[in-house]
Design a protein. Structure first.
Length: 51
């Protein structure tokens, strides 16, 4: 998916649920800038897990 930080127009933060499954399991996640934006910086505010 491509996350748009301006989508909610709130300090450019846009919380996203990446996985919503009934059973927990291991996942591999890649976070990177979109093509032509590789020179920009970003901040990961946090990750959460709810069993």
């Amino acid at each position: 998916m491509a996350a748009d930080p301006h989508e909610v127009n709130w300090t450019h933060c846009n919380a996203v649920i990446l996985f919503n499954e009934r059973e927990s399991r291991e996942h591999t996640l890649e976070i990177r800038m979109a093509a032509s934006h590789e020179d920009k910086r970003f901040t990961i505010l946090g990750f959460g897990y709810v069993p």
